[in-house]
Design a protein around this ligand. Structure first.
Ligand code: INI
Length: 147
């Protein structure tokens, strides 16, 4: 039997952690989860770079720039898009998550991994649940996926 599975060791890997300031109450928790996971998997402090963007909409462009620059093995994206009164939510969700997925495909050709811990939720409660409470921490999950 041949089985292909990743090994969970982050030693020697360089990570760019992109995080949006919008809904920072949530994104701070996603970032903390990612950093905690990477440290526990052996990543060196000097191999972690945190890059802030204004909102989730800005994540894909920076992720692409970082992936193309070649200074990191993985780019982990963190954001929190929470539905408001208008359709803006839908546009930001599609552009942010779809954009990050497109960047991931391009980056893969360069041997760079791009993963997303971008929450898209109906309300704040759902976001809190996914940022370190009863539904885990999606920042941590995205970091683990990158490794
Ligand atoms: N950005 C987010 O990260 N989350 C949101 O919930 C959000 N909403 O709902 O508007 C949001 N908007 C800002 C957007 O990401 C850009 O930063 C802004 O439009 C400037 O380009």
């Amino acid at each position: 039997m041949t089985t292909v599975a990743g090994k969970l060791g982050a030693g020697g890997m360089r990570f760019a952690l992109i995080v949006s300031r919008f809904n920072r109450f949530i994104t701070d928790r996603l970032l903390e989860g990612a950093i905690d996971t990477l440290r526990r998997m052996g990543a060196a402090e000097s191999d972690l770079t945190v890059l802030w963007v204004p909102g989730a909409l800005e994540i894909p462009a920076l992720a692409r720039t970082v992936a193309r620059a070649g200074a990191h093995d993985a780019v982990v994206c963190h954001g929190a898009v929470i539905r408001g009164a208008t359709t803006h939510y839908d546009h930001v969700c599609i552009a942010a998550v779809g954009g990050a997925a497109e960047v991931a495909l391009e980056a893969e050709e360069r041997g760079v991994v791009v993963t997303t811990g971008i929450l898209t939720t109906e309300n704040l409660e759902q976001a809190i649940e996914r940022a370190g409470s009863k539904s885990g921490n999606k920042g941590s999950d995205a970091a683990m996926a990158a490794v």
